[in-house]
Ligand binder design. Structure first.
Ligand code: F6R
Length: 243
């Protein structure tokens, strides 16, 4: 993978935004792989500015999110459907009908993963997948130990992840769903370009393991080493454990 060290999230966001803006100009129905969490927010903001300033037509742009809580109504403000609507669809002016989020409905979750992977394939695959990384090396909700060949499927959330996310649920871990549906590592690797963003010292170990450790399911992001076009953009703190 190519590693780019930047000063801050804005510089990283601008690199992503310029690349995606050119993509959409060349391919108006481009397929964007979307992530929630804090790492991509500046990237989405910069992309929105490019779309506005250059008058880029995004009416045909399609999107697929990485993951969703299981058993949480999509209308819940903390569902990833709501989060993607708030942070991506609305600011970029995308057609909400063209942006999919995995379906966490418990009645259909056993088949929803395979259907999601089929929908991505039917769309021609993801052109650019933006990724954050957990301090334990997770990508999507693929925690350490997840198969590197996995497709989209239901997963149990780790206690630590539920604790980390309790801040979005009135600080109450009991309100945080126990399961999720996430694109698998195999799904993520099928995207044509991966852009992983990591900022801050608490990502430094995970970034070092991703770039310089062996390929292992114990650092799910290390699977990026298998990908022919992966770009890892980190600030100086997140890069601090690289050799
Ligand atoms: C988000 C996702 C997660 C986050 C990761 C980092 O859809 O799947 O893997 O990217 O937990 O989160 P932040 O960016 O908030 O540090």
């Amino acid at each position: 993978a190519e590693v780019i060290i930047v000063d801050d999230e804005d510089e990283a966001g601008e690199i992503y935004a310029q690349s995606v803006a050119s993509l959409i100009k060349a391919k108006p129905d481009a397929v964007l792989g979307l992530a929630t969490g804090s790492s991509p927010l500046a990237a989405y903001r910069h992309l929105a500015q490019h779309i506005e300033a250059e008058g880029i037509d995004v009416s045909k742009v399609r999107g697929f999110a990485l993951d969703e809580y299981a058993g949480l109504d999509p209308s819940h403000p903390q569902s990833y459907r709501s989060t993607i609507t708030r942070t991506v669809v609305e600011p970029l002016g995308l057609d909400p009908q063209l942006v999919q989020v995995p379906n966490g409905n418990l009645d259909t979750i056993a088949v929803a993963g395979r259907q999601y992977d089929e929908a991505i394939s039917a769309a021609g695959g993801v052109d650019v997948q933006i990724l954050g990384i957990g301090s334990d090396g997770h990508i999507g909700f693929n925690e350490p130990g997840s198969s590197l060949a996995s497709g989209t499927r239901i997963k149990t959330l780790l206690e630590q992840t539920r604790k980390d996310n309790a801040r979005f649920f009135d600080g109450d871990i009991n309100q945080v769903p126990t399961h999720c549906i996430t694109q698998g590592i195999g799904t993520i690797l099928k995207a044509r370009h991966l852009v992983l963003l990591a900022f801050g010292a608490n990502k430094a170990d995970a970034v070092a393991a991703t770039c310089e450790g062996g390929i292992s399911s114990f650092c799910p992001a290390s699977a990026l080493q298998l990908h022919p076009h992966a770009t890892i953009i980190v600030d100086h703190s997140a890069a601090s454990r690289l050799k």
